[in-house]
Design a binder for this molecule. Structure first.
Ligand SMILES: Nc1ncnc2c1ncn2[C@@H]1O[C@H](COP(=O)(O)OP(=O)(O)OP(=O)(O)O)[C@@H](O)[C@H]1O
Length: 632
């Protein structure tokens, strides 16, 4: 087969352009990316050799080699790992498989400053392409273990690449960078310098579990590479915390978490006894863009006795901790363990329980000891953690203890349920909350009027999961969690409230109108009653205590479940001029049917006030225009 030229996929081309006109200020990281890929390739080969007896591959000296040629100004990163087939090179290197890429590129264009762009790139791990930050041409020579023919891939990063079959390629992959001239003013160092390469490896890749050897080259400093191993290869998770610097932990995190930024928290756990394992977990400082995507790949890396077994091992943590990254190294599992076995393994379940508790207790510590970091954690991952309130009843109390809320009284950040209960006035029995799409829509909700007037604190819940967990949890320390938009609300009597007699008279005066309206609006509402929660608005809609809220109904429908339409209760404000007027008009009519439009409008206003949409917007507009016209 001759050399063939191919075009990069559009997204790949865009990313390459970004690399060439680099948005990274720190270009040193290209080496970390290439070493990281080489390390993964060695992991994969060792595993393949373990699983497949027929794979005739010598795995006795797996390593990474860095070769400097100062005369040619090239740097080669070589591994004798799994390699790639001809087709794989085209697929893996010429295209970007990540479905979030388009979104990423959009976000990147929107990122105003270089720091923002840098952070975004880190999340997407553009790995191999980062070579083009420091090289104007990149050649990749590779042969897949078990195959005879190798492949050479070459590109200058300008829209096309070539592929060519090669007969005598060694197993594994070597990436040769034809280095750009050094330009220290733009952070482009001399990457043909032995000293520089040593420094970068030590800083970013020391923990890599395969030897990284430097061969060839003489440094300007007179330093000869010879052949030396540059990294200590120490598994950080097996070392005690005192021995390891924060920076070393952070570099490991960046390697396994494919993240550019520092983690928010590092959590270490060493379990001894009959089932021994070590874990090193990280809480990222930013939520990935696809955390709520169904296909989000999560889970920890699993090692067995220092041998890498798999990425994204979901069985080790519950789904609501899917943002946690890290490594677990178990001493007593079989090297052949599969995902299916892991799902059922008793020890794995015990491990999951212990790791979950450890993460939750770290969050708790953070909450008490470092409120700023806790606030970041909650902002980024609170909505995911709350899923655990529904799915993990065993840890519900621990989760409730670290859950925090914005409230109507909290300009100063957030409160916990404990704080809410502590500052509840004595006569208040329940914990009140409101759910909605955003703080603004909630703040203006008519359901809040009486609460606001009386200064009663209300929790403001704006995550979709809130609708679900409040029902699942039900109460906290004996206090019911109650929606301000559900059921009858009795906020207790106040001095200027009506007396019982007055209320009775009022109920009588409105009885006719309420009954008539219920009949008129029966398709949409199951009851019409006087409200105790409105002070300003004429009407609002509430649900019965056990009814589904409209948001939940929509959620179930979006999931493809059939749910009957819930009819709600229309509450009228007897102190509002419109409601009073309607009642009087009703009282004076023999035949009130000409008031039907007004009743309908009142209902539509209640729908609009809670951010909903009238059933028939065109009709609503027509009725409204008609009324307005009459006021002129
Ligand atoms: N040295 C290598 N040996 C074998 N396969 C490789 C090597 N380098 C890259 N690949 C393959 O090419 C794919 C793309 O690599 P690239 O660095 O662009 O992204 P990635 O490593 O998947 O992403 P990330 O940088 O986020 O880890 C890898 O997933 C891997 O399958």
């Amino acid at each position: 087969m001759p050399t063939e030229t191919f075009e990069f996929q559009v997204e790949a081309r865009q990313l390459l352009q970004l690399m060439i006109h680099s948005v990274y200020s720190n270009k040193d990281v290209f080496l970390r990316e290439l070493v990281s890929n080489a390390s993964d390739a060695l992991d994969k080969l060792r595993l393949a050799a373990l699983r497949d007896d027929t794979l005739d591959a010598d795995v006795s000296d797996l390593h990474i080699e860095l070769e400097i040629d100062q005369d040619a100004r090239t740097l080669t990163v070589r591994d004798n790992g799994i390699g790639m087939s001809y087709d794989e090179v085209g697929q893996l290197i010429g295209t970007i498989a990540n479905s979030g890429t388009a979104e990423f590129l959009r976000e990147l264009r929107e990122a105003q400053d270089a720091a923002g762009a840098e952070g975004l790139i880190g999340q997407f791990g553009v790995g191999f392409y980062s070579g083009f930050m420091v090289a104007d041409e990149v050649t990749l020579l590779t042969r897949r273990a078990g195959e005879r023919q190798g492949t050479r891939w070459t590109s200058r990063g300008e829209g096309t690449y070539t592929l060519e079959p090669v007969d005598d390629a060694p197993r594994g992959t070597s990436v040769t960078l034809h280095l750009k001239p050094a330009d220290p003013d733009n952070q482009l160092h001399d990457y043909a310098s032995v000293w520089k390469i040593k420094e970068i490896v030590k800083r970013y890749s020391d923990f890599i579990t395969w030897p990284i050897r430097l061969v060839g080259g003489t440094g300007d400093e007179g330093e000869t590479a010879g052949s030396q191993t540059l990294n200590s290869m120490k598994a950080l998770w097996a070392r005690s915390r005192e021995e390891v610097s924060e920076e070393e932990y952070h570099e490991l995190y960046k390697h396994i978490g494919h993240d550019w930024r520092e983690p928010l928290e590092t959590i270490q756990l060493q379990a001894e006894g009959t089932f021994e394992y070590q874990a090193l977990l990280f809480v990222p400082s930013h939520a990935p863009h696809d955390l709520f995507n169904q296909n989000y790949r999560h889970g920890l890396q699993l090692y067995v006795k220092r041998v890498f077994i798999m990425d994204d091992c979901e069985a080790l943590l519950p789904s609501y901790l899917r943002f946690v990254k890290g490594v677990v190294d178990a001493q007593d599992l079989s090297l052949n363990v599969s995902r299916e076995i892991l799902q059922q393994d008793r020890h794995i379940r015990m491990m999951q329980r212990r790791l979950t508790k450890k993460v939750l207790s770290s969050v708790k510590n953070m909450m008490t000891e470092d409120t700023e970091r806790y606030a970041t954690l909650w902002r980024e991952f609170g909505a995911v953690l709350k899923e655990g309130l529904v799915t993990d009843p065993d840890n519900r109390d621990a989760l409730l203890a670290v859950t925090s809320f914005t409230t109507t009284q909290g300009d100063d950040g957030t409160v916990t349920l404990r704080q809410y209960v502590e500052r509840m006035p004595e006569e208040q029995d329940d914990i009140y909350y409101i759910t909605g799409e955003s703080r603004e829509s909630i703040d203006n909700s008519p359901h809040m009027e009486a609460f606001r007037e009386r200064g009663i604190e209300v929790l403001l819940l704006t995550d979709p999961v809130d609708e679900v967990w409040v029902d699942a949890v039900g109460e906290y320390e004996g206090k019911r969690l109650r929606s301000v938009a559900k059921g009858e609300i009795d906020l207790g009597a106040r001095e200027d409230d009506r007396s019982e007699d007055e209320k009775e008279q009022q109920a009588e005066a409105y009885a006719g109108l309420l009954g008539w309206m219920r009949e008129r609006l029966q398709e949409d509402v199951k009851e019409v009653r006087l409200s105790t929660r409105l002070t300003v608005s004429p009407a609002c809609l509430v649900a019965d205590a056990n009814d589904l809220t409209p948001a939940l109904e929509n959620m179930y429908r979006a999931m493809g479940q059939e749910v009957p339409r819930t009819r709600r209760i229309l509450e009228l404000n007897p102190d509002h001029a419109l409601v009073k007027g309607l009642n009087e008009a009703y009282g004076h009519r023999e035949d009130p049917s000409d008031l039907t439009d007004t009743a309908e409008l009142l209902y539509s206003l209640a729908v609009l006030a809670e951010g909903g949409r009238p059933k028939d917007p065109a009709r609503f507009v027509q009725l409204m225009a008609d009324r307005l016209e009459r006021t002129l």
